[in-house]
Design a binder for this molecule. Structure first.
Ligand code: NI
Length: 137
């Protein structure tokens, strides 16, 4: 474990009460853990803004019966093979597919790829979860 350092924080009582309730609802064991997560979240946001190499997960839910759509999704991924680390396809039920695509690269390229996939006709749901390589946080 990294060296721990203590520091004092002054907050308005009302803000602290709201924060304590919020972290209790999220099952944080301590304020320290919750504050560390907030700081890391900001650092990850900063990595994305600065355009550093980041990692992310793109998820898609789409109609299995739309063969043109499946072909398009595969074509888009092949065109961006340099960004894609891994992908997994799950047959949710008779009609629906779920795909998770792990990507690594510049935030701009990842966002462009996610937008292309999301806008393919027949995609029912899509998400882009920003993460970090962990090197700078
Ligand atoms: Ni499927």
């Amino acid at each position: 474990m990294a060296n721990l350092k203590r520091f004092g924080v002054s907050l308005e009582e009302e803000l602290l009460s709201k924060f304590d309730l919020h972290i209790k609802n999220q099952n944080y064991p301590t304020r320290s853990k919750a504050i560390a997560d907030l700081i890391r979240k900001e650092l990850v946001k900063s990595e994305w803004i600065k355009g550093k190499t980041v990692v992310a997960a793109i998820t898609l839910v789409y109609d299995h019966h739309k063969k043109d759509l499946i072909s398009k999704i595969i074509d888009i991924q092949h065109d961006n093979h340099g960004l894609i680390v891994s992908s997994q396809h799950i047959h949710l039920d008779h009609n629906n597919c779920f795909e998770i695509i792990i990507v690594k690269g510049s935030p701009k390229n990842i966002k462009t790829l996610a937008d292309k996939l999301k806008s393919a006709k027949g995609v029912k749901h899509s998400s882009l979860t920003a993460a970090t390589t962990g090197k700078s946080i």
